[in-house]
Design a binder for this molecule. Structure first.
Ligand code: UDX
Ligand code: ADP
Length: 465
């Protein structure tokens, strides 16, 4: 079996950056180069101050500090890195299509295709190409077809190696992965490629956690894992609505069902709705794939997970409006949190974006505080929706770095992300700062109801009557 001496990863994002940092850290004998077309991003990965990396992830700065310049490199020299590498990871973004066939459902594979063409143009020696991005089934086939038809007599072996890390815990998830999935052909060269990729992970993971499958199983497993996880969140959120109408408490219900070992305790936390770059996109892909095979009942079944998630976000903002005497126009509403979950600076599909949008439709004045998300990112999220002009977004929404100052004369606070620091704030002082009645809407169930009521707040917690 030949050896892997050099790896290149195309895409220095939330997946490529942390994953390659861990691989380089654990495999000092392999040169790992992470490349990206985005010069600003590469500059950020290369800056001396590792606390300002483009991806905020616990444990990542230490790993980058230890490994960067040793056998981990970040660069915009894409062609050189491809040329040098024995193994190329594709880790670029695959957003939902905003045009043409499959619009709003299918993944847009244009970035993947550009990568494949780039590899085909540059490669002079045999390569193993590993697809790492979240992809719909059959992408490996598309990549294979592009690579094999460009004809510079190079052998390409295509593997699928889906990423299962969750943001906020990415480093732990990588270092102690439940499983690594490697999909590839069952030909002798396909098996060799799978074993070579497996040998990289074996540097720190037990072999029995590395599963080898065919390409289809690997690609589909990624979509199905995310669909099942999202389904759990939508399931518990659907019950949270019922709890609000009764005296049942959603955490007590979740705890009780989680004790059943067949159900298990994880992923039963009711919230204002799931976000992130994967859940919605992967389910939409599943729906699209099912529809293309004429499996409409299957498509409808999974689509319901998204419908429930949208319902939860709308339900939360509608409740805010009705509680605040059916009008929020001109009222100052402070958002604690903008990221789609705690411990990340990623905001893709964050519930906060949709809740803000609905409240801004009612002319509310939103003031956002998030410990890690930049003002630039927040405005990008709002502008991307296209609901109103950029000027209007800046008029109705402001961003602050002072969570306490923001509460002065505020009518309400909405908790959209479960950052730990929100629990330790001086809520008595916040109550004093706010107009009365002082409303707090806890979309993440992080504050104690009795304590908040004792302080005098009009307190609403998702999943409680
Ligand atoms: C997910 C998968 O967990 C991961 O395996 C895959 O590789 C990528 O997609 P991620 O989106 O980073 O990871 O975060 P995750 O922890 O799964 O949370 C997704 C969303 O669900 C977040 O908005 C989170 O707040 C929400 N969630 C999660 C809940 O509302 N309740 C829960 O109990 C769990
Ligand atoms: P993910 O969460 O999947 O990592 P991101 O959007 O964070 O997604 O990162 C994807 C990265 O891929 C971006 O930094 C983007 O600039 C990069 N990228 C997209 N297309 C190409 C390409 N053809 N060549 C190099 N980099 C690319």
């Amino acid at each position: 079996m030949k050896k892997i001496a050099s790896i290149c990863c195309i895409g220095a994002g939330y997946v490529g950056g942390p994953t390659m940092s861990v691989i380089a850290n654990k495999c000092p004998h392999i040169k790992v180069t992470v490349v990206d077309i985005n010069e600003k991003r590469i500059k950020q990965w290369n800056q001396d101050d590792v606390s300002k990396l483009p991806v905020y992830e616990s444990g990542l700065p230490e790993i980058v500090k230890e490994t960067r310049g040793r056998n981990l490199f970040f660069s915009t020299a894409i062609d050189e890195a491809i040329d040098e590498a024995d193994m190329i990871f594709i880790s670029v973004n695959t957003p939902t299509k905003t045009y043409g066939k499959g619009k709003g459902l299918a993944a847009d594979l244009k970035y993947i295709e550009l990568c494949a063409r780039n590899i085909a143009r540059v490669a002079k020696t045999d390569k193993i190409v590993v697809e790492k991005s979240t992809l719909p089934v059959r992408t490996a086939e598309a990549i294979k077809s592009i690579l094999h038809n460009t004809g510079n007599h190079v052998n390409f072996e295509i593997l699928s190696n889906p990423e299962f890390l969750a943001e906020g815990t990415a480093i732990d998830d990588l270092l102690d992965a439940d499983r690594v999935l490697i999909g590839g052909d069952d030909t002798p060269s396909g098996k060799e490629a799978k074993n070579l990729l497996s040998s990289i992970y074996e540097n720190w993971l037990p072999k029995e956690r590395i599963l080898q499958t065919n390409v289809w199983s690997s690609e589909l497993s990624k979509l199905v894992a995310n669909a099942f996880l999202a389904q759990r969140v939508s399931s518990i959120n659907s019950i949270s609505a019922l709890c609000e109408k009764t005296d049942a408490n959603i955490d007590e219900v979740a705890n009780a069902i989680g004790y059943d070992s067949r159900i298990g305790p994880k992923f039963l936390k009711s919230s204002v709705g799931f976000g992130g770059s994967c859940f919605q996109k992967d389910i939409l892909n599943l729906v699209y794939i099912a529809k293309t095979f004429g499996l409409n009942e299957v498509a409808d079944y999974w689509e319901q997970v998204i419908i429930m998630n949208n319902y939860q976000k709308t339900r939360f903002s509608d409740h805010m409006i009705s509680t605040m005497f059916n009008t929020v126009a001109g009222k100052k509403i402070v958002f604690y949190g903008w990221a789609f979950k705690k411990d990340t600076n990623d905001t893709r599909e964050s519930a906060a974006i949709h809740v803000a949008d609905l409240l801004m439709e009612e002319q509310a004045n939103i003031v956002v505080y998030d410990p890690q998300v930049s003002e630039e990112r927040i405005y990008m999220d709002m502008d991307y929706l296209g609901t109103r002009s950029e000027a209007e977004n800046r008029n109705l929404l402001t961003v602050t770095s002072d969570y306490m100052e923001a509460t002065k004369d505020a009518h309400a606070i909405a908790i959209l992300t479960e950052w730990d620091e929100f629990k330790t704030y001086d809520w008595a002082q916040i109550h004093k700062n706010m107009l009365k009645p002082a409303f707090v809407f806890d979309g993440r169930r992080i504050l104690d109801t009795k304590h908040m009521k004792d302080l005098g707040f009009d307190f609403y917690k998702i999943g409680e009557s």
